[in-house]
Design a protein around this ligand. Sequence first.
Ligand code: NAG
Ligand code: NAG
Length: 223
Amino acid sequence: MAVSLHFLLILTLITGTESAGTISKVSVEAGASVSIPCPYSSQHRNNVKYLCEGYYWNSCSYAIKTNSQHESEKYSISDDQIQRIFNVTIKRLTVKNTDYWCAVEIKSGSDDRQYFHLSVTKGTPSLFVDDQKVTGFIGENMTINCHSRISGIIKWCKLHSTCVADVSGLIDGTTVTINMKETNVFSVTMSGLRPESSGWYYCAKGDFQMPVHLTVTTKPTGK
Ligand SMILES: *[C@@H]1O[C@H](CO)[C@@H](O)[C@H](O)[C@H]1NC(C)=O
Ligand SMILES: *[C@@H]1O[C@H](CO)[C@@H](O)[C@H](O)[C@H]1NC(C)=O
């Protein structure tokens, strides 16, 4: 264990990459919707996934589950068992919608869970993107703008994979370049998209994250 941690540290220092964590704090404007990806481990592919609302795990209440209705007025949930990530969407956010747990039901023991906080703002959020869903074409480049007025370290990460925390680096074989475009905007360019580049990513700055889902397809040919 000590050896492999050491190795990871060295790898981090050399490549400017580090392994991606989970989404823990997201800033959103009141009234808007947000989708949060919840990664899970391969042994839990077929388990029931759910979203629980409340600051304390012991007293949180079910918001939505994969084994019952997948959509309500307020919430929706979908499970991508290939990517091992389930997606929860919370709609019409109010300042009361702040504390949640992504959870996986475990039959023989306590459920796996991961807390996240929504910082619901009356004005411009602390970190946001133009669209949480983007599409790119194989072999081309894709640029995502992340808007932020807060200070802190900038990162671009792929869930279940790695982060680029510097001006450039590699994620799953695709080159990632981060540029400061304006004072409050940084752009992330992924060059030479591959089908494997599809999936959930996030921009991070300071202790905020903003998830973005990228779909990479073949470019439609014109007539
Ligand atoms: C996440 O869930 C929302 C609401 O159901 C849906 O619109 C969106 O397409 C989902 N995103 C992905 C990447 O599956
Ligand atoms: C894509 O990105 C690469 C590397 O950053 C760059 O050399 C290339 O010119 C870009 N291609 C396009 C079409 O913008």
